[in-house]
Design a protein around this ligand. Structure first.
Ligand SMILES: C[S@@+](CC[C@H](N)C(=O)[O-])C[C@H]1O[C@@H](n2cnc3c(N)ncnc32)[C@H](O)[C@@H]1O
Length: 273
């Protein structure tokens, strides 16, 4: 459930990650992220053949659901290092090492991993191209990188209860794009990530776009609803009105509302052998 309105944060400063893990909204954010996307993430990760003995790095692990999946997968004999700027939400588990680590500024071991994964992290980081170079060097030759990142520019309403709720939803999503961009994020980076991986020196780059139906009972739309609480102050600062915010929430909780999700790009690539 969303946390009460009074717990909302003010606008994040430029260059700051907008969905701060210290926020009282973080647990629900991580629950929605896992429920909405773990199926896509783990099905594709499994295609790499990740298994016993592999050494893996999960960057910006958030609530840790993918890191936990990897830790089970690589046992026995493998290792998983789960990192985050604020790693307090990553659970402790045998086979899983948790570390506070800023992927922009802190070093990683050279050629230390067979597989590196991140989801919805580099979209937030203006230095994303430099980070891709760091991650390439942290992979062993032939090692795998997998990412999932959104392009939020496509997410049309398909059926709304009425014009007010449709327009409120659209205004809210547009304001969120402005919040993210003002903080230095590129919320359409998903569609550019494959080109950036190739430019960074990765090979075998394979992007797969995913679209999901967003309905009131889907975790994807629950995540969007949750953002309206987490980012309320920032959305209003970016020009959303109180009535548009209420209309957007009405849309997202109405049983007749239907939207297409943003496009989630799942991209695999390898360090040249
Ligand atoms: C949108 S959340 C995604 C969490 C998780 N990857 C998932 O998809 O469920 C982004 C995560 O990246 C982390 N993060 C942001 N900037 C980071 C940085 N510079 N270095 C490491 N982690 C960072 C945040 O703290 C947060 O946990």
């Amino acid at each position: 459930m969303p946390v009460a309105e009074s717990a909302t944060l003010t606008s994040p400063p430029e260059g700051a990650y907008v969905f701060d893990n210290d926020s009282p909204h973080a647990n629900e954010l991580h629950r929605c992220l896992g429920a909405a996307h773990d199926g896509i993430t783990t099905a594709r990760l499994a295609q790499t053949g990740v298994g016993p003995g592999w050494d893996c790095l999960e960057v910006g692990a958030g609530g840790g659901s993918v890191a936990l999946w990897l830790a089970e997968r690589v046992a026995p004999g493998g290792t998983v290092l789960a990192t985050d700027l604020k790693p307090e939400h990553i659970p402790a588990r045998a086979g899983l090492t948790v570390r506070r680590h800023d992927v922009v500024h802190d070093p990683l071991p050279e050629a230390g991993f067979d597989l590196i994964h991140f989801r919805l992290v580099l979209t937030h980081l203006p230095q994303r191209r430099v980070v891709l170079g760091t991650l390439l060097r942290a992979l062993r030759p032939g090692g795998w990188l997998q990412l999932e990142e959104f392009d939020i520019d496509y997410a049309p309403v398909l059926l709304a209860p009425d014009r007010r709720t449709r327009e409120g939803y659209e205004a809210c999503q547009a304001a969120k794009g402005r919040v993210l961009r003002a903080a230095g994020a590129d919320p359409s980076w998903g569609r550019k990530s494959a080109e950036d991986l190739r430019a960074a020196g990765f090979t075998d780059v394979e992007p797969v776009p995913h679209l999901m139906p967003w309905t009131a009972d889907s975790p994807g739309l629950q995540l969007q609803l949750h953002h309206t609480y987490h980012l309320r102050e920032a959305l209003l600062e970016q020009g959303l009105t109180d009535d548009q915010l209420l209309a957007a929430r009405e849309a997202m909780t109405h049983p007749a509302f239907r939207a297409a999700s943003s496009v989630l790009y799942c991209v695999q690539a390898r360090r040249p052998a």
